[in-house]
Design a protein around this ligand. Structure first.
Ligand SMILES: Nc1ncnc2c1ncn2[C@@H]1O[C@H](COP(=O)(O)OP(=O)(O)OP(=O)(O)O)[C@@H](O)[C@H]1O
Length: 493
């Protein structure tokens, strides 16, 4: 395949295989056409009562369609907004058109799926998507008086990981480019769904469509290695997912001037490297009952935000890692008992080895900054409570990051105590400093055969424990891994 030029219209036909190669064309999902009057009626004339929220691309309204039988969300894009996403570099498309193009080809239970589209009198596209009644993950984490429990957080993380995995497995793959907590919406059954495909790109990395589209994303979530179109890969989504995971673990914003350092990567990764997991866990809910859950999540997140894209795990590995965390968080007492039974043989010795190899990574990356319990936060969070008792807390609000495409600039601001926006300098779309991480999973070795009581058998199948435990040992040295596989891990009495 040749890439002669991405400026001439004619080049599109020859360079972009999805414009002409029938074999690669994914089946279009049937989406409905809505008339503009229909959408006006359904949203009560786009009234304030129907207003759900606004983003950098437009406003969103609740719509009652089909005589109230279908509740949906209608996205109305701001006028004159276009982004440089096309197989031809000179042509722009609107986020809505881009979203229709992508979502009419992918459908998944963990995505905010497209129902249909409409057009206003000026020819601007309106999107009709599934309605998510429980807000965004951003608002649950940062604005709710009852922050989600660990079980919920792990469930959300796993569901979004599955959504991203499905996108990356599509043919051609879809790279979302804007994974962040405000783009994770919660449906009526409290499942997390990934939405907002305004910046998404569909194609293989070698396709002209990808090669000619300028970098875009949200400050704080953006892969620091994604500086030019050619740098984009599915691993950029992995980086953003890692930021999301750190946000889920800590309950802090991706960029938050109330912390030192303000970047979540610069703050969390040094603490994770020191295995100071409790320092990054959201102090409003405290540590999970099974401390292994934090180990799993934190190390996984740190691996996702490694500075070298190739060293980041793929979404399949992330999904597997989160499945283990999910099992542990749902049955903490079993896991704690299992841990006590197997013992942490040679932990201090192996830990030293891990720390030594971590040091190598630290030296190689050379960019570790900040991150200690002392500089955990610049300002304090007023109260801490368990998830069972409703708590109130006040945080200094930080305006959340907005997506930025080729519009280039992004604004950051801070609210003062009177909740008035204090204008901060407009910063160019720059990279958040990130650094790599070592891989330091908890190293477990088991002693001969382990006795586990009948009551445990009732709750969890032995083979399930076995497979989960062996997956836990990702990163274990080869010899120990072989031993693990040779001996039965669990013997049920
Ligand atoms: N399908 C939906 N169902 C219910 N509410 C929605 C839906 N889609 C969006 N919203 C609400 O509208 C708000 C704006 O959404 P939108 O996707 O336009 O922007 P954003 O993701 O918040 O920000 P940005 O445009 O910077 O990415 C969301 O925060 C959410 O509260």
């Amino acid at each position: 395949m040749g890439f002669l030029s991405c400026n001439a219209e004619s080049a599109i036909a020859t360079c972009d295989p999805y414009n002409w190669d029938r074999r690669n064309k994914t089946k279009l999902i049937k989406i409905r056409d809505f008339t503009y009057p229909e959408l006006v009626k359904a949203t009560n004339g786009f009234s304030a009562e129907s207003f759900l929220g606004k983003g950098s691309h437009g406003t969103v309204y609740k719509a009652c369609l089909d005589d109230g039988r279908l509740i949906a969300a209608v996205k109305k894009t701001y006028p004159n907004l276009s982004i440089a996403i096309h197989s031809n570099c000179t042509t722009c498309t609107t986020p809505a058109e881009n979203e229709i193009e992508i979502l009419s080809r992918v459908h998944h239970q963990r995505l905010v799926n497209l129902i249909g589209s409409g057009e206003d009198s000026k020819g601007r596209k309106l999107l009709v998507v599934e309605y998510m009644p429980n807000g965004s993950l951003y608002s649950l984490l940062h604005c709710s008086s009852r922050p989600p429990s660990w079980t919920r957080r792990v469930q959300f993380a796993l569901q979004i990981a599955k959504a991203v995995q499905a996108l990356h497995l599509a043919n051609p793959p879809v790279i979302h480019r804007d994974i962040k907590s405000s783009n994770v919406l919660i449906d009526e059954s409290w499942n997390a769904r990934l939405g907002d495909f305004g910046l998404a790109l569909r194609g293989h990395v070698e396709d002209v469509r990808i090669k000619c589209t300028p970098p875009a994303g949200t400050l704080g979530y953006l892969d620091p290695g994604y500086l030019a179109p050619g740098d984009l890969s599915t691993k950029s989504d992995v980086f953003s997912f890692g930021i999301l995971l750190l946000e889920v673990i800590s309950g802090r914003n991706a960029i938050d001037v109330n912390y030192s350092p303000p970047s979540i990567v610069d703050w969390a990764v040094p603490l994770i490297k020191r295995r100071d997991f409790s320092a990054i866990c959201d102090d409003r809910i405290g540590s999970p009952v099974d401390p292994g859950v934090m180990d799993n999540l934190a190390i996984l997140a740190a691996r996702c935000v490694r500075s070298t894209a190739e060293k980041r795990p793929g979404m399949a590995e992330i999904v597997e890692g989160l499945k283990i965390a999910s099992k542990r968080v749902n049955a903490p007492h079993i896991w704690n008992r299992l841990r006590r039974s197997v013992g942490l043989v040679e932990e201090s010795r192996t830990l030293k080895t891990v720390i030594d190899s971590n040091e190598e990574v630290i030296n190689a990356d050379k960019t570790i900054r900040g991150g200690s319990r002392r500089n955990r936060k610049v300002s304090s969070v007023s109260s801490v409570g368990s998830e069972n008792e409703p708590i109130q807390w006040v945080r200094e609000r930080v305006i959340r990051s907005k997506s930025t495409g080729s519009f280039g600039e992004i604004k950051m601001g801070r609210f003062d105590s009177r909740k008035k926006a204090v204008k901060m300098p407009v910063v160019k779309l720059s990279k958040s400093r990130s650094m790599g991480i070592l891989h330091s999973p908890q190293l477990l070795r088991y002693k001969n055969n382990i006795g586990i009581g009948l009551e445990m058998k009732r709750v969890i199948d032995s083979r399930e424990v076995e497979s989960s435990m062996s997956k836990l040992l990702i990163g274990l040295d080869e010899k120990s891994e072989r031993e693990m596989q040779e001996k039965p891990l669990v013997s049920i009495i």
